[in-house]
Design a protein around this ligand. Structure first.
Ligand SMILES: N[C@@H](CCC(=O)N[C@@H](CS)C(=O)NCC(=O)O)C(=O)O
Length: 268
């Protein structure tokens, strides 16, 4: 066996090793869809930075510019990260793709070998338009600069997002729910809840926090009833419902989903 092959084997955890989420403490952020996968399926996990006093070190250490990685793992660029045994992976959609088959949140591979790619496609689209773009609304110029330094640009970006991009993305998911692929319009794909539904729930919930008036208008229009019904369907799932009311759920604040002052939101 080559050194490379033996390294690869080292990062294949056995099925009983615990899942550890490494993400910034105190905000839902890009860690939330991962938490929702665990919560929905009743899978035990450790939310390291929120649960351990010095848990933040577990988040900062792997992304330290001097850290050249652990064993065969590629050094991660940013949280969220998932640790399981010797394996450490990052990038939210990549983590969802890893967890999907293990937690039963994608179609069975034998019955529908392409299903996982459709679920991934849907999750990526929701993350593009309902997570990454809302983040860029309040940070249109520089991720590392304060919102207050980019307020003028944020105002223009918010108006455009509310007018064009938000309805385009929510409208896309409404279209998906009407498609044959959805199988009935209850869930996005294959007539069964997948992690794409959890991502859509979280991202619409987050945008509803950040832009409540824009979302209220969309609800009133009656054009997106399928999407809003799906969001409520996820909210009322037994395990998710308990989680949302419990202590583990972090509150929205100044993360991806951030309320802008009313003067910044003429069009909302
Ligand atoms: N595309 C990545 C984005 C990761 C990301 O932007 N993480 C944020 C926290 S939500 C971060 O800390 N970024 C640090 C940076 O970009 O310098 C993903 O989906 O995981």
């Amino acid at each position: 066996m080559s050194a490379r092959e033996s390294k690869r084997l080292k990062t294949s955890p056995s099925s009983d090793e615990p899942f550890e989420l490494l993400y910034w403490p105190g905000i839902p952020g890009r860690g939330e869809p991962i938490r929702l996968c665990f919560e929905e399926t009743g899978t035990p996990y450790k939310d390291v930075a929120n649960e351990a006093n010095d848990g933040i070190k577990a988040v900062t250490s792997p992304i330290d510019p001097d850290n050249i990685g652990e064993g065969a793992n590629v050094p991660p660029f940013a949280p969220p990260m998932l640790r399981r045994g010797d394996l450490l992976i990052s990038q939210l959609p990549n983590i969802l793709l890893y967890l999907g088959p293990k937690l039963g949140l994608v179609p069975n591979e034998e019955e529908d070998p392409n299903g996982i790619y459709f679920v991934n496609q849907l999750a990526l689209t929701a993350l593009d338009g309902l997570s990454n773009e809302p983040h860029d609304v309040h940070h249109p110029i520089a991720v590392g600069a304060y919102y207050e330094e980019q307020k003028e640009e944020a105002k223009k970006k918010a108006a455009n997002y509310i007018e064009n991009r938000l309805p385009k993305f929510i409208g896309y998911f409404e279209r998906v729910l009407k498609s044959e692929a959805s199988s009935g319009g209850e869930w996005l794909y294959g007539g069964k809840l997948s992690y794409a539904d959890l991502v859509l729930f979280h991202t619409v919930d987050g945008v509803s926090f950040a832009l409540p008036k824009a979302i209220a208008k969309m609800k009133e229009s009656g054009k997106y009833n399928g999407v809003f019904a799906l969001v409520e369907r996820v909210r009322c799932r037994e395990n998710i419902g308990k989680y949302l009311k419990g202590d583990r759920r972090q509150k929205y604040s100044l993360g991806i989903y951030r309320k802008l002052s009313s003067s910044d939101l003429d069009h909302s």
